[in-house]
Design a protein around this ligand. Structure first.
Ligand SMILES: [Zn+2]
Length: 344
């Protein structure tokens, strides 16, 4: 079969790899219907040291169960399923606490001999705990929106939930990437009244408006901070959802938070230190967020995707075939595409 491998910065190839086989009784084999490229795939794409041996990549996919091990209950040949971006047993103490990203028997896609999602098929470890069955057919028009349940939608939701977004609140969302836009959608879904989206790509912020943003701030850094403060009578917003991960983004987040407010970050941090000094102490600010346990949220978010109330799949603005995945990486890296859908 064909699958995507990363060899180093800027070097992504689609190659022949061995067909996956069941190794453990808890495994399932999934034929991939849709996959996609994540903003976080761009970090290795920008910086991975070159190696002679490539590594499988991709952690968002949706597909059809082709085969399942003897210990896998509730999944059958032909079931359409979505996989969260981390696999987990969904039964250990961390999983039961809703923190499947810390599962005692879980792990990452594309690491330690586990397949990546950007290929024709995937061996899924801990399949019963990991996969969520979707009541749709292989040719459903909902597949792109359902695929967002793998990562970006639950990640945006996790940002809004950990921030404590609730009815009537004011919220600033930093970043107009796919996760930022999902954070807007999630904040709106949880009842936020005012949602200020900080982003400067017109097409993306327009989609942000459709998802529920009430104000757009295109300025960055000091200018952007001033603008948010102007919009909020000088106070900032109750909640700030930081969906970028840079030092400037987290500094902006603290600066646009209202006193007593909460900053949640779900952008993978590209920094080690956060500005939580005396000034933030005096303002009673809280920092929360982290990697999203997508598996914990899929059942909750699924109904509104199935009935069409929410259309998170609108974040995909380009579709490529598997052989064109390297073009997809280039497009996302050059920011000519917001999020690339892969149709093997
Ligand atoms: Zn677990």
């Amino acid at each position: 079969m064909r699958a995507t491998l990363i060899y180093g910065a800027g070097d992504v190839r689609v190659e022949d790899v061995p067909d996956p086989v069941l190794r453990e009784p808890t495994d399932a084999l999934v034929r991939v219907l849709r996959s996609c490229i994540c903003g976080s795939d761009l970090w290795p794409y920008k910086s991975r040291p070159a190696t002679a041996q490539g590594e499988r990549i991709g952690h968002e996919f949706l597909g059809v169960v082709e085969d399942a091990g003897t210990d896998v209950r509730g999944l059958r040949h032909g079931d359409v399923v979505v996989a969260p971006f981390v696999w987990s047993d969904n039964t250990c103490d961390f999983c039961r606490e809703g923190l499947q990203t810390s599962c005692r028997h879980g792990g990452l896609w594309g690491a330690d001999g586990v397949d990546g999602g950007q290929g024709e098929a995937v061996r899924v470890p801990q399949a019963q705990g990991t996969l969520v069955k979707l009541p749709v057919s292989e040719d459903s028009a909902l597949l792109p929106s359902l695929l967002t349940l793998s990562d970006v939608f639950p990640t945006g939701h996790h940002c809004a939930v950990t921030a404590g977004v609730g009815p009537g609140m004011s919220v600033t969302v930093i970043g107009d990437g796919a996760v930022g836009l999902m954070a807007v959608l999630s904040a709106r879904r949880l009842g936020a009244e005012r949602i200020i989206l900080m982003g400067r790509h017109k097409a993306r912020t327009e989609l942000g408006r459709d998802f529920g943003a009430t104000d757009i701030v295109a300025e960055r850094a000091e200018e952007g901070i001033e603008r948010v403060r102007e919009l909020t009578g000088g106070d900032g917003t109750h909640r700030v959802l930081e969906c970028v991960g840079t030092e400037q983004a987290i500094a902006t987040a603290f600066a646009v938070a209202r006193d007593g407010g909460t900053v949640s970050r779900v952008g993978a941090p590209q920094y080690e230190k956060v500005p939580m000094g005396f000034g933030e102490f005096m303002r009673n600010l809280t920092l929360t967020g982290g990697v999203a346990p997508a598996r914990a949220y899929i059942e909750e978010l699924l109904p509104e995707v199935l009935d069409g109330t929410l259309e998170p799949g609108r974040v995909f603005d380009r579709t490529v075939a598997l052989e064109q995945v390297p073009d997809g990486y280039r497009a996302m890296n050059d920011r000519t595409a917001l999020k690339v859908l892969i149709q093997p």
